[in-house]
Design a protein around this ligand. Structure first.
Ligand code: BGP
Length: 467
C-alpha cells in the first residue's frame, strides 16, 4: 500500500492514552517499608516451586525504589492516564487495624508526581492481592474480609481523595475465583464450586460497598470495576454449542458485569447456581447494597476471546459441580495466536464487547484498561540498544482499528490503556513474557524505552495513527 492509500484513524478529542500496572507486580518491597505479607508473598514462602522458574514477587520491577524515574518515563511515553494499584497489605500490613504511615507517604508522593507529570491517575484498590492475615481467616469466603475491604477502601478515599478522583474497586475479580477456587493457579488452590460462588458474591458485595463509600465521602468522584470481558463464541451454530456459549457468558462475564452495571444478577445464572445447591450466604440488605451502588463507568481488559463447545459427555451428577458441566473450551483450528502466552489474538472481540456494552448495558462510559502482548526473548530484536518491537505496534494498531470502528458505531469508549508501561513480574510467568513500552534490565534495573514507547507517545500526542 502506498503512503497515499493509507487510512488515518483519528480518535475523539480528549481520548485518554496510557497503561495499567499493579502494586504486587511492580512495587517490590524493601526493608523497613512496613509492608505486610499478602497471599502471594505467603504462597511463595511456602511453595516457591509453584512459581515460574522459582521467581516470586519480592522484587518485581522495583517501582517502590524507582518510581520517580518511572513517572518521568510515563511522560516520555506519552501517557495521559495511568492506572497503578494500592497494595492493601502495604497500607494495612495485617489487613485491618493500624495504617502503615510509610505507605501513606509513598502513595501520596506517587500520586502527586503522576499529576505533576500531567498524567491522570486512575487508582485500583485490589489486584489479586489479599493481606495474608485475612487469607488465614478464610479470605474472601469470610464476610469479615468484605467489611475489612470496605474499611480499607474508605481509608484510601480519605487519605488520597484530594489527589485521586477516579477509582477502581477490583481488577478482574473472576480471575481469583477461577484460578484460586476452581483451579490451582492462585492461592488458596482450592477446587470447590460452593466456595467459588461465595467468594464471587462476597467480592461483588465488597465492590458495591466501595462504590457506596466513594460516593458518600467524595460525591464528585467516579468509581468503576475492571472486568476481563472475554466474549464467548460458540464452536458452531448448533443449539447445543450456542447454549454452551450463552452459559459460559453467564459465568465468565455476566456474573460480575450485570451486578456491577445493572445492580442485579442474571436470573438464569441464579437458577443454575440454585439448581446445583451453590447459593451463597446472602441477605436482602446485601442485595439492596449491590442494587443501589452500581459503577459510574466500566474498565474492560481484553486479551483473548473464549471459544466454547457443548460438553462432549453428559456430566455425572454425582461429581462435584464445575462450569464444564455446561461448556468446554474449544480449541479452534487455524486461530491466530500469541505463541509466547498461548492466547488467541482476535481483534474483533473488542468491537463485539463495545457493541454489547452499547446495546445491553445502557452504553455506559468505559475504558480499555488492559490490552497487550507479552513476548519472550525480546533482546533479540535490539538494534543500537533499542528493542524494535514492531509486532507490538502492529498488535496495538490492529486492536485500535476495531476500537475505532466501535466508536464510529456509537461505543462510549473514552480511552485505551495498555498492559503495561514497563516490563513487570507476572503471576504465572514471572519475567518470561515482556509487555512493556519500556524494557527493564533485571540485573541493572536500567530502563530503556522500546520502539513502541516512542510510537505510543506519537499516538497520544496526535491522537491518531495511520495504517
Ligand atoms: C491480566 C492481569 C495482569 C497481567 C496480565 C498479563 O489478566 O490483570 O495483572 O498479569 O493479565 O497476563 P500474564 O501476566 O499472565 O501474561
Amino acid at each position: 500500500m502506498t503512503e497515499t492509500t493509507k487510512k488515518e484513524y483519528v480518535f475523539p478529542e480528549g481520548f485518554l492514552w496510557g497503561s495499567s500496572t499493579s502494586g504486587p507486580q511492580s512495587e517490590g518491597s524493601v526493608a523497613g517499608d512496613g509492608k505486610g505479607m499478602n497471599n502471594w508473598d505467603y504462597w511463595y514462602s511456602i511453595a516457591p516451586e509453584k512459581f515460574h522458574n522459582g521467581i516470586g514477587p519480592e522484587k518485581t520491577s522495583t517501582f517502590y525504589t524507582n518510581y520517580k524515574t518511572d513517572i518521568d518515563l510515563l511522560q516520555k511515553t506519552g501517557h495521559s492516564v495511568f492506572r497503578p494499584s494500592i497494595q492493601w497489605s502495604r497500607l494495612f500490613p495485617k489487613g485491618t487495624g493500624d495504617v502503615n504511615p510509610e505507605a501513606i507517604l509513598f502513595y501520596r508522593d506517587v500520586f502527586q508526581r503522576i499529576i505533576d507529570a500531567g498524567v491522570k491517575p486512575i487508582v485500583n484498590l485490589y489486584h489479586f492481592d489479599l493481606p495474608y492475615a485475612l487469607q488465614e481467616k478464610g479470605g474472601w469466603e469470610n464476610k469479615e474480609t468484605v467489611w475489612a475491604y470496605e474499611a480499607y477502601a474508605r481509608t484510601c478515599f480519605e487519605a488520597f481523595g484530594d489527589l485521586v478522583d477516579t477509582w477502581i474497586t477490583f481488577n478482574e475479580p473472576i480471575v481469583p475465583v477461577e484460578c484460586g477456587y476452581l483451579g490451582e493457579l492462585h492461592y488458596p488452590c482450592k477446587v470447590d464450586a460452593k466456595a467459588a460462588v461465595q467468594v464471587a458474591y462476597n467480592t461483588q458485595l465488597a465492590s458495591a460497598l466501595a462504590v457506596k463509600a466513594c460516593h458518600e465521602l467524595n460525591p464528585s468522584h467516579k468509581i468503576s470495576i475492571v472486568l476481563n470481558l472475554t466474549p464467548a463464541y460458540p464452536r458452531s451454530q448448533s443449539k447445543e454449542d450456542v447454549a454452551a456459549a450463552r452459559i459460559a457468558g453467564l459465568f465468565q462475564t455476566k456474573s460480575f458485569l450485570d451486578p456491577s452495571v445493572l445492580g442485579v444478577y442474571p436470573q438464569e445464572l441464579v437458577d443454575i447456581i440454585k439448581k446445583h445447591d451453590l447459593t451463597p450466604a446472602y441477605s436482602s440488605e446485601e442485595l439492596a447494597i449491590i442494587k443501589e451502588n452500581t459503577v459510574d463507568f466500566l474498565g474492560v481488559n481484553y486479551y483473548q476471546p473464549l471459544r466454547v463447545k457443548a460438553p462432549e459427555k453428559t456430566p455425572d451428577p454425582r461429581e462435584p459441580f464445575m462450569p464444564s458441566y455446561y461448556f468446554e473450551h474449544y480449541d479452534m483450528p487455524g486461530k491466530k495466536i500469541n505463541p509466547h502466552r498461548g492466547w488467541e489474538i482476535y481483534e474483533q472481540g473488542l468491537y463485539d464487547i463495545a457493541m454489547n456494552i452499547k446495546e445491553d448495558y445502557g452504553n455506559i462510559e468505559w475504558l480499555v484498561t488492559e490490552n497487550g502482548m507479552g513476548v519472550e526473548g525480546e533482546e533479540k530484536f535490539k538494534v543500537d540498544g533499542i528493542i524494535q518491537d514492531d509486532y507490538r505496534i502492529e498488535f496495538i494498531k490492529d486492536h485500535l482499528i476495531e476500537l475505532h470502528r466501535a466508536i464510529s458505531d456509537g461505543a462510549n469508549c473514552k480511552g485505551y490503556m495498555l498492559w503495561t508501561f514497563i516490563d513487570c513480574w507476572s503471576w504465572l510467568n514471572a519475567y518470561k513474557n515482556r509487555y512493556g513500552l519500556v524494557e527493564l534490565n533485571l540485573e541493572t534495573q536500567e530502563r530503556i524505552i522500546k520502539k513502541s514507547g516512542y510510537w505510543f507517545k506519537e499516538l497520544s500526542l496526535t491522537n491518531r495513527f495511520t495504517r
